[in-house]
Design a protein around this ligand. Sequence first.
Ligand SMILES: C[S@@+](CC[C@H](N)C(=O)[O-])C[C@H]1O[C@@H](n2cnc3c(N)ncnc32)[C@H](O)[C@@H]1O
Length: 288
Amino acid sequence: MSLAYLKKLSQTYIWKRIFYERLSEPIHLNIIALFVSLFGSYRTKIDFDLVIRPQHAYSLLSVADQAKALGYDRVSIFEFGVAAGSGLINLQEIAKKITKSTGIHFDIYGFDTGAGMPPPQSYKDHPEIYQAGDFPMVFEKLSRLLDDNTKLVLGPIAESMKAFLEKDFSKAPIGFVSIDVDYYSSTVDALKLLTHSANNMLPQVMIYLDDLEYPSHNSWCGEQAAVHEFTEEHPMRPIEKHPFLRSYRIFKNARWIDHMYQCHVLDHAVRNQLTPSRSNIVLSNPYL
Ligand SMILES: C[S@@+](CC[C@H](N)C(=O)[O-])C[C@H]1O[C@@H](n2cnc3c(N)ncnc32)[C@H](O)[C@@H]1O
């Protein structure tokens, strides 16, 4: 068990989550999970939500599987909103383990002002919850923990994004985007990444939206409003929740499932092959 895991277990909110999310699940699954935590492969641990920030683990594994099937050996993943850096370092650790088990490498980019939240621009930014200066970064401490594959991009996202829209990601396509910037206005800026040309993206980009679950969050403000507007403005890049993800998961009460979205890159070459590219599928019939 890692030091980060032990530190997490010293916080009351973690026990509350364990109580609501895990002790409300069938006992036999929790017993199996105990064995998986001791003897399971990393992939099985991800299936049993035994990795810290299961949303990252699930997304990176899905992205690696997608990339491998398409013949890539690298993908690019993004965290918008880094703050003290727990999310970015967690992504780094998970990426290393998934590289070991799949052979797919990750280029990781973390975007942040470096100085905490900018001023809110309207009610849509939820000023009743967040304010300018919240979540500052201790750059010195954080930058020591980053490796060669992880880049911190400092400054307002609206500014930094310009260079990224010019950048060539065709050898390491955009595969996962975590949005943890709290505001509607900052999410609008972050989502611009998903307007990149289709050959710079995987056909399905996994998206984690963090700021959805407080009682005052709603579809007309914050991250959700930005996502709905993006989909209206970009009909070839709709973003929607994975509607069957819960039914594919072993632990169905896990809250992270409701934070998972996908951007469907409808103009991707893979989604536009109109001539046969493989031998035909033949269904068997158990009645014959
Ligand atoms: C809640 S914190 C992120 C927490 C982090 N993801 C974690 O897991 O620990 C939100 C961060 O978003 C950043 N942010 C919000 N709007 C931004 C913008 N327009 N440009 C750059 N950074 C922004 C803030 O500086 C703040 O550090």
